[in-house]
Design a protein. Structure first.
Length: 84
């Protein structure tokens, strides 16, 4: 069962990022992209950190990224919360 899910659409790359986690103690990054000819492509990446209990929450910082005062773009990050 899925216990947590979040998403972010990046219009520049035409990609929907979805992070999910649940009772299988794993978190996944799902990428959905539409090409110029409207062909959808999907990819699922299991996230590598080993959990020993259910994933209870997930988050992306992507919607909040801006250039910092030096003009450097901040890194995209995924946060995963688990009962372990």
């Amino acid at each position: 069962a899925i216990y947590a899910i979040t998403s972010h659409y990046d219009a520049q790359s035409n990609t929907l990022y979805i992070v999910s986690g649940g009772g299988d103690d794993r978190a996944y990054l799902h990428l959905m992209t539409t090409s110029n000819n409207n062909q959808a492509q999907t990819k699922t990446i299991p996230l590598a950190h080993p959990h020993t209990d259910s994933i209870s929450c997930v988050a992306l910082n992507t919607p909040y990224i801006t250039n910092d005062v030096s003009g450097t773009t901040q890194a995209n990050q995924i946060a995963i919360g688990s009962y372990d």
